[in-house]
Design a protein around this ligand. Sequence first.
Ligand code: DX5
Ligand code: ZN
Length: 215
Amino acid sequence: MSLIAPSLLSANFARLAEDIDMINRSEADMLHLDIMDGVFVPNISFGFPVIESFKDMCKKPLDVHLMIVEPDKFIENFAKAGASYINVHYEACTHLHRTIQKIKATGVKAAVTLNPHTPVSLLEDIVSDVDMVLLMSVNPGYGGQKFIENTISKTKQLRELIDRKNAKAIIEIDGGVNLETGKRLIESGADALVAGNFVFKSVDPVQTIHQLKQL
Ligand code: DX5
Ligand code: ZN
């Protein structure tokens, strides 16, 4: 059974409490939070005041996806904000090993994220140090984009790398996930799926999450 992390980016921010309540009632395993700075990605999302507003209400672990430059600056803040996972982009970290150690030192699980153009082979010397690898299946910045097909082969390569290294990292995929792409990702070795528009724009999001859980 797959792990499902709905992405809050596609929620209705004017009625955030209702959407958090829906997540609480659903079978979602985590709530995915997309943090964008307008520098690393061409968009700005939300920050600490918004997370503070729903943090005590949300019963699911927070999966924080940092699409920002210099993520080291904010690791402590996101740990204090209640993150269960902190995902940093490979492309944003010059000293990735140090950044991963810094996340772990706060007691939060550490994850590394790859953009669609970044090869899985670059993880050879870091995969054993992380709790999760997040593969982007769209170019980060926006919800509702089309799934990039090459992610299927990257997922298989990553599964092989993790198994060969006897590493413990779980594989999460983010972008353009629906029942069709989700099924093929799980068959290719993914453990967790992020879904934004497919969940929040559906008629019955709780039921949609249930269907994704069955993949
Ligand atoms: C994109 C974000 C994703 C996004 C996914 O930059 O990282 O988490 O919210 O949205 P969908 O599922 O609609 O592609
Ligand atoms: Zn994301």
